[in-house]
Design a protein around this ligand. Structure first.
Ligand SMILES: Nc1ncnc2c1ncn2[C@@H]1O[C@H](COP(=O)(O)OP(=O)(O)OP(=O)(O)O)[C@@H](O)[C@H]1O
Ligand SMILES: [Mg+2]
Length: 237
C-alpha cells in the first residue's frame, strides 16, 4: 500500500467552554491514503468539523501530531502551516462562500493565491479545464448571485481544485442544496473520486452520498466508533 497522504498520530483537541476544559476529540490515530473517498458521519456535535479542521491544519491539536505527506505539521509556525495548506489542500464548506463582487473566473483565480501574469495564465487554463469538466463554462463571467446553489457549490469545488491539492476536504457540501442540485454536485464529486492521486474526505449526514464512498468513518462524542472500507458489493446494494 502507498504511504498515507495524511497521518493523524495520537491527536486530541480540547476546548474551553467558558467554565471548564472539554475534550472534543479523544486521542485518535488515522491514516488517509491517495485514491480514497472517505466519508465522516456522526451526530451533530460529535466532532466532525473539529476533526476535519484538525486534518486541514486550520486548527492545532492539543495533543499529538499531524503529518501531511510525511511532513510534520504540528508545531510549525503559522506561515509554514499556511504554506502547507496552500500546497496540499482544497476546502469546500457547507455554504460555498464565494466573493459576491467577483465573477466565477475571478473567484477561482483569486483563490489560487498566485500572483504574476504567466502563472495567472496557467491557473486560468487550469480553471477553464475544470469549469468544463464541471459543466460550468457558461457561467464564467457571472457573479455568485446569478448562480443556483448547485452551480455555486460546483464553483467552490473548482476553486478548491485549481491548485491541484492532494487532499480535498468537504464539510457538508450538499446539505444546503435541494435534491436536484445535490445530485449534480454529487455526480461531480463522483468523477473526482476516480482520481487515484488525491484523497477526498467529506463530512456529511446525507445518505445519498454514502454509495459514492470507499471508506466510512463514524464518530460519536469525539471518538471514532466505526472505520471500514466499503466493498464494491456493498456499494452496489
Ligand atoms: N471553537 C470552539 N469553542 C468551544 N467549543 C467548540 C468549538 N468548536 C466546537 N466546539 C464544540 O465541540 C463539539 C464538536 O463540535 P463540531 O463542530 O466539531 O461538531 P459537528 O460534529 O461538526 O456538528 P454538526 O453536525 O452540528 O456540524 C461541540 O460540542 C461544540 O460545541
Ligand atoms: Mg459540523
Amino acid at each position: 500500500m502507498s504511504n498515507p497522504i495524511l497521518s493523524l498520530q495520537g491527536i486530541a483537541r480540547d476546548f474551553h467552554d467558558g467554565i471548564q476544559v472539554r475534550r472534543v476529540i479523544q486521542k485518535t490515530d488515522l491514516d488517509i491514503y491517495p485514491g480514497e473517498f472517505t466519508i465522516i458521519a456522526g451526530p451533530s456535535g460529535s466532532g466532525k468539523t473539529t476533526l476535519m479542521t484538525l486534518m486541514g491544519l486550520i486548527l492545532r491539536p492539543s495533543e499529538g501530531t499531524v503529518y501531511i505527506r510525511d511532513i510534520k505539521a504540528s508545531g510549525c509556525s503559522e506561515t509554514k502551516m499556511a504554506k502547507l495548506r496552500q500546497q496540499n489542500y482544497g476546502f469546500v464548506f457547507q455554504l460555498s462562500e464565494l466573493l459576491p463582487a467577483l465573477s466565477v473566473m475571478e473567484n477561482i483565480v483569486v483563490a489560487s493565491g498566485i500572483q504574476g501574469s504567466s502563472v495567472t495564465g496557467d491557473i486560468k487554463k487550469k480553471a477553464l479545464d475544470l469549469l468544463k469538466d464541471f459543466n460550468l463554462l457558461d457561467c464564467l463571467h457571472l457573479r455568485p448571485l446569478q448562480l443556483s446553489g448547485g452551480q455555486k457549490q460546483r464553483v467552490a469545488i473548482v476553486r478548491a481544485l485549481v491548485n491541484d491539492p492532494v487532499l480535498l476536504l468537504c464539510d457538508e457540501p450538499t446539505s444546503a442544496l435541494d435534491a436536484e442540485s445535490s445530485q449534480i454536485v454529487l455526480d461531480s464529486l463522483k468523477q473526482l473520486s476516480k482520481d487515484k492521486t488525491r484523497g477526498l474526505i467529506m463530512v456529511t449526514h446525507d445518505p445519498r452520498v454514502f454509495p459514492y464512498a470507499d471508506r466510512m468513518i463514524k464518530i460519536e462524542d469525539g471518538i471514532i466508533v466505526y472505520d471500514s472500507l466499503i466493498s464494491k458489493e456493498q456499494k452496489a446494494l
